[in-house]
Write a protein of this length. Sequence first.
Length: 132
Amino acid sequence: GFVLRALSPMIIVYVLHSIFWLGFDSYQTWPNFAYIAHVAGGFVTAWTLLSLYNFLKNKKYITINHVFLWYVFILSSTTLIAVLWEFHEYAVGVLFPNIQFQISIGETLGDIAFGFLGATIFCAAVGKRWEK
């Protein structure tokens, strides 16, 4: 159904991320892995939001008639999800002190920025073909 189709890009990236993180200690082995992971996460989050937008549009719940507003919707929603994800990482670190995702505030802000970059790349790739 719709939910599996919409979430499948995010699930694939999350599974691949987990395999690289747990199986290959990717954050230690490849120092730039975090950048790639967050750009990919932002890209697939934007992709999922496009699916959600098209679903809601087809149900006549939402219509965006201007490409700039569509960019604002996708980029701001992706950034909100990135911020919520970083809160999740912080909460895990508080509840389980032996698991630390948060290195510094700068690293957290970088994670959000690279997620935004991934969403921006998605928006640039989709361009004016966003409405189907």
